[in-house]
Design a protein around this ligand. Structure first.
Ligand code: SME
Length: 160
């Protein structure tokens, strides 16, 4: 198997389609959640432009705990309902935030972050983790990013 998953696509839809199939290839046949989150974070980081953080918070007994990621060291524990990640975990709804500074309770781990998308990863009615992606550019994440990241979360739900 080759691990060369560099993706270059002309448009976002093609890029997310290629990203989803690369992720499916990376997690195929592997059940180790840490390995799969680590490779997913690296793949997203390498593929999506204009990011300053990409990674996971896991649901550990009803609290979010930092998982594999790329970017600067981040806060380790986040309560459900707190910040963008905590709201995504509590509501199980994607949080796509144009301007994190306008989001009540936003937790500023990296002052470079200006926009953020957090996607819950749910399997069998249980919240497993959230996928958190941050950008230095305000309004970086579009509806296409939301659709693409939701697809990635569906792939990961089966692999974590
Ligand atoms: N900004 C997030 C905290 C996590 S860091 O961005 C990695 C939040 O408010 O949930």
């Amino acid at each position: 198997m080759t691990y060369d998953f560099r993706i270059q696509a002309a448009d976002a839809a093609t890029m997310y389609r290629d990203l989803a199939s690369a992720l499916e290839g990376l997690v195929a046949g592997e059940r180790d959640a840490v390995a799969n989150m680590a490779n997913a974070a690296a793949l997203i980081w390498e593929t999506l432009p204009e990011l300053n953080w990409a990674g996971f918070y896991r649901n550990v007994g009803g609290e979010l705990v930092l998982g594999p990621f790329q970017g600067r060291p981040a806060c380790i524990r986040i309560a459900f309902g707190e910040g963008v990640c905590g709201v995504a975990a509590e509501t199980r709804q994607v949080q796509r935030v144009e301007d994190v500074h306008a989001f009540p309770g936003h937790i500023a781990c990296d002052s470079a972050s200006n926009s953020e998308i957090v996607v819950p990863i749910v399997r069998g009615g249980e919240l497993i983790a959230v996928l958190d992606i941050d950008s230095p550019r305000k309004g970086r994440f579009t509806e296409e990013d939301e659709a693409g990241c939701t697809k990635l979360a569906e792939i990961l739900a089966k692999a974590l």
